[in-house]
Design a binder for this molecule. Structure first.
Ligand code: SF4
Ligand code: SF4
Ligand code: SF4
Length: 362
């Protein structure tokens, strides 16, 4: 595979310039990346030409929407007809791969650029006004120092290296950043865009330092914010839920256009509750707030990529993503499955292995 290229130390400027070069030399018809919105915010844009395009902010450290969820809608809707450079975080790419496995998205024409991920900040920090100095401090993370104020999901994220990206931005030696190839196509793109840049590769020491910090972060966030031991604890935590369903709308994996929990079956539930009203003297409205989470866990624990989007949008501060991460990790470990690791790896829920779970019974 081709060598990586040294893109320097001045992030995020160096990254913007690298993207520019890739666009000029890579035969792309568009790019899908974070960009500045007219109101000064940040969101994803698909841009096909420079003129009139918004200011691109590739890998800006926020996740206003999960890119995998957006790509699901855009690829099914046929928006990606030409070759597009898609710039996302590893958990966004993994979420998209999971949804492609469910035939709800398409990888055709997409070339992915991702990053050895330093995490993202909560959306509340963005709405409170973005301090430019924070971006500078953020990109100083190759030494493995934990960045303060990240989303809880990112503080405990141990899957921060993108598995299937064609191009990977990674910490290199001496505080430099490298653009490395994750596929043959990535290698060709680097050769064309950086014919004379000094060679560079990922620094294993920086990766190790990040892995150690994240492992410790994982223990901490899970023990503090998701210390849930059984169903009764789950019922207690989700007892605060107001049933807005923002968490499922933000999730890349929840794709049902007609969610059971928003269908007329739930209206019937209210009807059925009349009996309970007579017995108990009171019923909660909306109904089924806890059942919604238990049902959602059952549907998607095997594919939860622990991105943190659900938690970021919860108006009542429920640690949704940490709880899903905890349950998801346990389920995924039983199947030795890492969601989004490989698009060719079958979904465990779609495959039957005669010898698995023998302890449950023949
Ligand atoms: S969850 Fe992991 S991959 Fe996703 S943004 Fe946070 S650190 Fe990056
Ligand atoms: S449940 Fe939450 S953490 Fe898991 S994939 Fe969905 S949005 Fe991300
Ligand atoms: S976003 Fe929060 S309040 Fe709304 S349904 Fe999800 S857990 Fe409940």
């Amino acid at each position: 595979m081709a060598r990586g290229a040294d893109i320097g130390t001045e992030m995020p400027k160096a990254l913007r310039e690298a993207v520019q070069r890739l666009m000029e030399t890579g035969g792309f018809e568009g790019t899908f990346t974070l960009a500045r919105t007219p109101g000064g915010g940040v969101d994803y844009f698909l841009s096909t030409k420079e003129e009139g395009a918004p200011e691109l902010l590739p890998l800006h450290p926020v996740m206003p929407n999960h890119a995998g969820r957006l790509l699901r809608e855009m690829t099914l809707g046929g928006a990606m007809r030409g070759k597009v450079l898609v710039i996302t975080r590893p958990c966004e790419l993994r979420g998209f791969v999971e949804i492609v496995k469910r035939l709800q998205g398409c990888l055709d024409n997409l070339v992915f650029l991702s990053v050895v991920c330093g995490g993202v900040f909560p959306l509340s920090m963005v709405s409170a006004g973005w301090d430019g100095k924070r971006t500078e401090e953020y990109w100083a993370y190759p030494d493995g120092r934990p960045v303060q104020g990240l989303r809880p999901a990112c503080q405990g994220c141990t899957e921060f290296i993108p598995y299937t990206a064609d191009l990977v931005v990674a910490p290199s030696a001496n505080g430099h950043w490298a653009l490395t190839a994750g596929s043959e196509e990535g290698g060709r793109l680097i050769e064309r865009a950086f014919p004379s840049a000094p060679a560079a590769e990922m620094d294993p020491k920086a990766l190790e330092a990040m892995a150690v910090a994240r492992k410790a972060g994982r223990e901490e966030v899970l023990s503090h914010e998701a210390d849930v031991k059984g169903l009764s604890d789950l019922v207690k935590v989700f007892g605060r839920c107001i049933g807005c369903h923002a968490c499922s709308k933000a999730c890349p994996i929840c794709y049902c256009t007609l969610c059971t929990f928003e269908s007329s079956r739930m209206e019937d539930r209210m009807e059925q509750s009349k009996g309970q009203l007579e017995v108990k003297g009171g019923i909660r409205a909306p109904a089924g707030t806890v059942l919604f989470h238990i049902g959602r866990m059952g549907h998607m624990a095997v594919s939860c990529v622990a991105c943190g989007c659900c938690q970021d949008v919860c108006p009542v501060g429920i640690p949704v993503s940490l709880l899903f991460k905890k349950v998801g990790e346990a389920v995924q470990a039983r199947f030795e499955y890492v969601p989004g690791r490989d698009v060719k790896e079958a979904l465990p829920i779609n495959t039957f292995q005669p010898m698995e779970f023998k302890e449950v019974g023949e």
